[in-house]
Ligand binder design. Structure first.
Ligand code: NAD
Length: 252
C-alpha cells in the first residue's frame, strides 16, 4: 500500500465526493474540503487549513481552475487537477510551476480504462493510416451539466488521430453544416441526462464500419486514477500528466 496521505479537496462537487470515497478507501485522510457553494466545505483556499496537507486534488470548473492552481502552487502544495476547459493557459501555468519549483499533475481523464482505450486507438490509427479508403470521426456524450465541449478527452483523442493519420490535418468541432473536408477530423458532442462520459471513434469505409467505444459506468475510474496520481506526485517536483504515472506503472 502507498504511504497514507493528508489530502485537500478543492472542489467538493460530484468528483470531490467520489474522490473522498476512493481516497479514504485507500487509507488516506481528507484534511480539507474547499468549495464555493457546497455545505460542509470551507469557501476559500487559505494557508491555515492546508498546513498538514500533502497533496491538493483540484476538481472545480474551467473559470476557477487557473486561479486555484496558481494559489496552491504559490503555497508550495503539490496539485493534481482534473478540471477541464482551461488548457489555453497551460503554457503560463507550466511556466509558473517551473519558476516556483512546484508540483502539478493534470489530466483530462484520469481513468486507467481511458488510458488503455487511447493506446488501442493509437494502434488502430497506425493501421488505418495505411488504408486510404477509411474515414475517421469522434463522438463524445456527457451529462447535461458539463460546462465545456468537446470534452478534454475527445480533444486528446483527436490529437492522437492527427498524429497517426497523415491525411487528417485539422479538427472540426461541434455541429458542422456542409460537407466535412476529407482532411478534417470531425469531433462532435452531445449532452444528455447524467451520462458520466462515453467516447467513440468511428472508422468507416463504403464496405464496413469499426467502432471503438469507451464507456465510463460512473466516476469511480476517474477518482481512482486521480488518487493514484496523488500517491505518485506527493514527493515530486515538476509538471506532469497522467502519461507519466501510467508510464511508471507499466514499467513496474
Ligand atoms: P461539479 O459541478 O459537480 O463540482 C464542481 C464544484 O467546484 C462545485 O461544487 C463548485 O461549487 C466548485 N467550485 C467552483 N469554483 C470553485 C472555486 N474557485 N473554489 C472552490 N470550489 C469551486 O463538477 P464535477 O463533476 O465534480 O467536475 C469538476 C471538474 O472535473 C469539471 O471540470 C469536469 O469536467 C472535470 N472532470 C474531470 C475528470 C477527469 O478525469 N479529469 C473526470 C470527471 C470530471
Amino acid at each position: 500500500m502507498p504511504k497514507s496521505l493528508c489530502l485537500a479537496l478543492v472542489g467538493y462537487g460530484k468528483m470531490g465526493k467520489m474522490l473522498e470515497q476512493i481516497a479514504v478507501g485507500r487509507g488516506h485522510e481528507i484534511k480539507a474540503r474547499i468549495d464555493l457553494r457546497e455545505p460542509g466545505a470551507v469557501q476559500n483556499i487559505d494557508v491555515g487549513i492546508l498546513t498538514d496537507v500533502d497533496v491538493c486534488l483540484e476538481f472545480t470548473e474551467p473559470s476557477s481552475a487557473v486561479d486555484n492552481i496558481l494559489r496552491l502552487v504559490e503555497l508550495g502544495k503539490p496539485v493534481v487537477t482534473g478540471t477541464t476547459g482551461w488548457y489555453q493557459h497551460l503554457d503560463e501555468v507550466k511556466a509558473f510551476v517551473v519558476e516556483k519549483n512546484g508540483a502539478l499533475l493534470y489530466a483530462s481523464n484520469f481513468s486507467p480504462g481511458i488510458h488503455i482505450f487511447q493506446r488501442i486507438v493509437a494502434e488502430a490509427m497506425r493501421l488505418v493510416n495505411h488504408f486510404e479508403h477509411y474515414d475517421v470521426s469522434i463522438h463524445e456524450t456527457h451529462h447535461r451539466h458539463k460546462k465545456d465541449a468537446p470534452s478534454g478527452t475527445a480533444s486528446t483523442i483527436a490529437r492522437i488521430i492527427l498524429d497517426k493519420i497523415e491525411r487528417k490535418t485539422s479538427v472540426i468541432e461541434g455541429n458542422y453544416e456542409g460537407r466535412v473536408p476529407d482532411s478534417a477530423l470531425q469531433v462532435s458532442s452531445s449532452r444528455c441526462g447524467e451520462i458520466p462520459g462515453t467516447h467513440s471513434v468511428t472508422i468507416d469505409s463504403s464496405a464496413d464500419t469499426i467502432t471503438l467505444t469507451h464507456t465510463a459506468r460512473n466516476r469511480e475510474g476517474f477518482a481512482l486514477g486521480a488518487v493514484m496520481a496523488a500517491e505518485w506526485l506527493y514527493s515530486k517536483r515538476g509538471f506532469f500528466t497522467m502519461e507519466d504515472v501510467f508510464h511508471d506503472f507499466e514499467s513496474l
